[in-house]
Design a protein around this ligand. Sequence first.
Ligand SMILES: [Zn+2]
Ligand SMILES: [Zn+2]
Length: 247
Amino acid sequence: MSRFFDWLAKLIYPPLPNCVACGEPFDSLYPLAFCQRCLARIPFITAPVCSQCDRPLRGGEGDLCRECQNETHYYEQAMAVAVYTGYLRELLHTAKYNFRPDLARGLGTILAVWAENEIRLEGIELIIPVPLHPQRLAVRGYNQAELMARPLATALRRPLRPELLERVKPTRSQSKLSRRERKENMRGAFLVVNCPAVAGKEILLVDDIRTTGYTLSAAAQALLLAGARRVKVLTIAVGVTPEQWMQ
Ligand SMILES: [Zn+2]
Ligand SMILES: [Zn+2]
């Protein structure tokens, strides 16, 4: 009998999901994988932002940030949800290096909720995550960018096509390189596998982090050379200088 009541209770009061970051049960109006307390620790970007790349502006520099005034990229618009610092930096690091595909997918739910009603995504026809080189994929076990892009593709009802783009050069980690070395490091790193599938299309490239933008720009260049009409990029986090982000 008591088992029946257990079953009935679960039916009427389904157990709350657990936050993918802290493990606490939580209730949310949105299909998010994080509790309110964890969400409140994420440094979400608020206006004013750079019109090209969503970096927060401090005011007085016009509508382009310093990066965008000095550098051009093959993608035409870069979007980001939060700043690469603090708690979000920890979460992204864990999702990537501590074998936490669930956390990567969970971070994708933030992209999915953010993307609803985002006018800049209206013309997107295909979503492609930035691929890992097969050697790195074999070590990590999953591509975090692809897992993050999945809930986004579902929310936007657009096809996710990770197989269209390959990373053909085993690039060194960008973090210890100078700006010029980073750019050089990414040259010829990507190859479009099926050119007719991207020809004439407006494409959204998705990755976890954007710092210099060189990786995303090299991927965008490969897509444009294959005939893509337009490439936009979206990352959860964007790197900023301490002057841009002092709170
Ligand atoms: Zn939490
Ligand atoms: Zn900018």
